[in-house]
Ligand binder design. Structure first.
Ligand code: SF4
Ligand code: SF4
Length: 200
C-alpha cells in the first residue's frame, strides 16, 4: 500500500507542474475559461488513465468511501463526469466536485498545444474560449510561431511514465476511476492480509 501512496504523491507532484505550466500559458495568452462554464465536464467520454485517478481513489479510500463510490460508479448512467456538479439544467454551467484531485487532462484542457499531422505543434482552443477571446486567439496563433504552447500529450506522458501498468490505457473518466479504486482496494486487502500473517 505504501508503494501506491508514494506513486500517488509523484502523480500529484506532476499535477503541480502541469497546473503551473498550463495555467501560466492560459493566463499569459488571455485564453481563460468562461467564468462558471463546465461544459467540457458534461461528457462521460473524457479520457483519463487509472493512474491519473489514483490520488482521488486513495482519498476515497482514506475517507472510508471507496466501496460506496465504486458501487455508485457501477450504477451510474449519467451523461457527464461522475464528479461534475451541474449548476444549470443543460449542464453547460457547473463545477468540478473533486477539483484538487482532478486528472491530468482537466488541468490542461482549454487552450494548449496538440501535435499536428506533420509533427508540428498546433494550438487547440475550446470553442467557448475562441468565441469569448477571438482577438487573443488570433494573436496567440501568431505567437505560436515563436513560442509554441505546452503540449497536452507531453503532460499526459509525464504522468504515464510514472507507472506504465496503471498509466498505459486511456479510458472514459468514470471507468478510469473505477479501475483505480479497484486497484486500491485490491492492494489494501492484500496489505492487510500480509500484516495479519506477520502478526500470526
Ligand atoms: S474530474 Fe472535474 S474537471 Fe475533470 S471532467 Fe470531472 S468534473 Fe470536470
Ligand atoms: S475549456 Fe471551454 S468548455 Fe471547458 S470549462 Fe473552459 S470554457 Fe468551458
Amino acid at each position: 500500500m505504501q508503494r501506491l501512496r508514494d506513486l500517488s504523491r509523484l502523480v500529484e507532484a506532476v499535477y503541480d507542474e502541469l497546473d503551473h505550466t498550463f495555467g501560466t500559458y492560459q493566463r499569459n495568452s488571455g485564453l481563460a475559461c468562461r467564468p462558471g462554464c463546465g461544459a467540457c465536464c458534461n461528457n462521460p467520454e473524457i479520457e483519463a488513465t487509472p493512474l491519473e485517478m489514483l490520488p482521488l481513489a486513495l482519498t476515497f479510500y482514506d475517507q472510508g468511501r471507496a466501496e460506496q463510490v465504486l458501487a455508485e460508479l457501477e450504477a451510474y448512467s449519467g451523461f457527464a463526469c461522475y464528479h461534475y456538479v451541474r449548476h444549470s439544467l443543460d449542464g453547460i454551467l457547473g463545477q468540478c466536485g473533486v477539483y484538487q484531485q482532478r486528472p491530468a487532462i482537466c488541468r490542461m484542457f482549454g487552450a494548449a498545444g496538440v501535435k499536428g499531422k506533420q509533427g508540428e505543434t498546433r494550438l487547440s482552443v475550446c470553442r467557448t474560449i475562441k468565441q469569448d477571446h477571438s482577438d487573443k486567439y488570433q494573436q496567440t496563433l501568431i505567437t505560436m510561431l515563436t513560442e509554441p504552447a505546452p503540449k497536452m500529450a507531453e503532460g499526459k506522458d509525464r504522468v504515464r511514465q510514472l507507472d506504465y501498468a496503471l498509466g498505459k490505457q486511456d479510458m472514459p473518466i468514470n471507468q478510469a476511476l473505477k479501475v483505480a479504486i479497484e486497484r486500491v482496494l485490491f492492494i489494501a486487502y492484500y496489505s492487510g492480509f500480509e500484516q495479519t500473517e506477520e502478526v500470526a
